[in-house]
Design a protein around this ligand. Structure first.
Ligand code: NIG
Ligand code: FE
Length: 413
C-alpha cells in the first residue's frame, strides 16, 4: 500500500478509534486519525503522529467524538430484486410445513418467480430501491445482488437491468451475479436438461454480451440442480470469463463445494452440510466460505456450518444477509453479526471480519474494499459505540454517525 504523504487532503477524521481489519484481525488503532483524498484513504494512524500541516491543509474535519471508524460493510450475497410476498409461506412453515415441501408443491422460489415475471421493470426498481436504502442505512457500502427470480431470458435480463439501475442510482458499489439456475421454471418441469441447454446456449451468452453480470451462481441441491448440471453451467460460464460462485451444501451434501473449487470459485455459500473433503478442496483453491445465519435461523436449520474446520484450514469466512423473500428476509447486517456469534459460535472479531474484508474476498474486491489502509477506497462508517464488539452485541441498534462511500458523505446524523 502507498506510504507517501498525500499532497491534498479533502476530509480528515479525528478524535476516534479505527478497526482497520488488516492482517486477519480487528487491528485496532486507538486515538486515530484518518485522511481521505478524493475517493481514497490517503493516511491512517495515531492522531498524535498526524503530520503537522494536515489539519490546516484539509477541506473538512470530522470529529468522531470518540466513536469508531470501521470499513463499510460488504454484503456479498443477496437476492433483493423480487416482487410479491411469501408471508403466507412463513405461516405455513409455522404450522409445520418444511421449506422443501413448499418448494415441491410449486411454492417457494417459483411463487416469487411468478410475481417477478409479472412485475414491470419500474415496479421492480422501486421495490428493490427500498431494500437497498435499508441496507445502506445499516452501514453496507458494497453489495452483491443475484438474479434468479426470472428463470427465462427476458425476466433474468430484466432483473439484471434493474440491478444495473440500482448501481447507477445509489452510491453503493453493486456487483450483479447471474443465478438463472436457481430453480426449474414451470415450462421445463419435465425437461431439466433442456433448461440447462437454454442457460448455456442462450442465457449466459446474452448476459455476457450485455455485460450486466460479473459472476455466475447455481443452486446445487436436491431441490435445485444436480452436480453434472452445475458442472455444465460452470464450464460455459468459465469459458465466457465469468467469476464462479455456488449455493453449496445448504440442505444436504451434494459435493458442490469440491466442484466449485475445481473451477476456482470466488466463494461457496451456505455450507451447513459441507464435508471435510469439500472444505479441503476449498482451502486448496483459496475459495471463501460465505456463511448465512439468517437463512439458518429462518429455516430453523439445526446443522451448523463447520466453523472449526474453516478456522483450522484458514478458509476466510464471510457473513452476509442473504436478503431474499423465502429463506432470509433479513435487512440488517448488525443482526447477522449477532446471529453469526450466537448461532455459529463465531467470535465478534470473526463476524466483523466476515462482514468486511472477507465479504470483499468473496466478491474478489479485497484489493479495494473491506479494510482501512492507505490506497483503498474511502468506504467508511463512523459508529457511536464503545468497542467494535458492540456491533455484534447490541441487538436492534444501528448507532451510525457518518457513512462515507468513495470519499463522499452520504449519511450523517
Ligand atoms: O439463499 N437457496 C436458494 N436460494 C435462496 C432462497 C431463495 C428463496 O427461497 O426465494 C437462499 O436461501
Ligand atoms: Fe442465497
Amino acid at each position: 500500500m502507498k506510504t507517501l504523504l498525500p499532497d491534498k487532503i479533502d476530509v480528515l477524521f479525528i478524535n476516534g478509534h479505527v478497526a482497520t481489519m488488516v492482517d486477519n484481525a480487528l487491528s485496532i488503532i486507538k486515538k486515530a486519525a484518518l485522511a481521505v483524498t478524493g475517493e481514497t484513504i490517503s493516511w491512517v494512524g495515531k492522531e498524535k503522529s498526524l503530520p503537522q500541516n494536515f489539519k490546516t491543509r484539509c477541506q473538512k474535519i470530522i470529529d468522531c467524538n470518540k466513536g469508531w471508524i470501521l470499513p463499510g460493510f460488504v454484503d456479498c450475497h443477496t437476492h433483493l430484486v423480487w416482487a410479491g410476498s411469501r408471508s403466507q409461506e412463513f405461516e405455513m412453515r409455522l404450522n409445520g410445513a418444511s421449506y422443501e415441501e413448499i418448494s415441491k408443491n410449486g411454492g417457494g422460489i417459483l411463487s416469487t418467480v411468478k410475481s417477478t415475471r409479472n412485475a414491470s421493470k419500474n415496479d421492480l426498481f422501486i421495490l428493490a430501491s427500498k431494500r437497498v436504502e435499508a441496507l445502506l442505512k445499516q452501514g453496507i457500502t458494497s453489495l452483491e445482488i443475484k438474479s434468479g427470480y426470472g428463470l427465462d431470458l427476458e425476466t433474468e435480463l430484466k432483473i439484471l437491468d434493474v440491478i444495473r439501475r440500482l448501481d447507477e442510482n445509489f452510491p453503493l458499489h453493486i456487483d450483479a451475479t447471474f443465478l438463472g439456475v436457481h430453480a426449474l421454471p414451470p415450462e421445463y418441469q419435465h425437461n431439466p436438461d433442456g433448461y440447462i441447454d437454454l442457460v448455456t446456449q442462450a442465457m449466459l451468452p446474452a448476459v455476457k454480451a450485455q455485460g450486466i453480470a460479473t459472476a455466475v451462481d447455481v443452486f446445487c441441491e436436491t431441490i435445485g440442480f444436480t452436480l453434472p448440471q452445475t458442472k455444465k453451467v460452470f464450464e460455459t460460464a468459465k469459458d465466457l470469463g465469468f467469476n464462479i460462485k455456488l449455493h453449496a451444501e445448504q440442505l444436504s451434501n451434494s459435493n458442490g463445494a469440491a466442484l466449485a473449487s475445481e473451477f476456482n470459485a470466488l466463494s461457496c455459500d451456505h455450507l451447513e452440510y459441507l464435508s471435510l473433503s469439500g472444505a479441503k478442496k476449498m482451502a486448496q483453491h483459496n475459495v471463501a466460505a460465505v456463511l448465512l445465519p439468517g437463512a439458518f435461523y429462518f429455516l430453523k436449520e439445526t446443522q451448523k456450518p463447520p466453523v472449526d474446520i474453516f478456522r483450522n484450514l484458514k478458509i476466510p469466512m464471510a457473513v452476509s444477509t442473504d436478503l431474499n423473500p423465502g429463506s432470509s428476509p433479513v435487512h440488517s447486517m448488525t443482526l447477522i453479526l449477532n446471529m453469526a456469534c450466537m448461532l455459529f459460535d463465531m467470535t465478534c472479531e470473526e463476524a466483523l471480519l466476515g462482514a468486511t474484508i472477507n465479504g470483499a474476498k468473496a466478491l474478489g474486491l479485497e484489493h479495494s474494499k473491506g479494510s482501512i489502509e492507505a490506497g483503498k477506497d474511502a468506504d467508511l462508517v463512523v459508529w457511536d459505540i464503545d468497542t467494535p464488539e458492540d456491533l455484534c452485541y447490541l441487538v436492534g441498534l444501528t448507532p451510525i454517525n457518518t457513512i462515507m462511500i468513495k470519499g463522499n458523505i452520504h449519511y450523517t446524523t
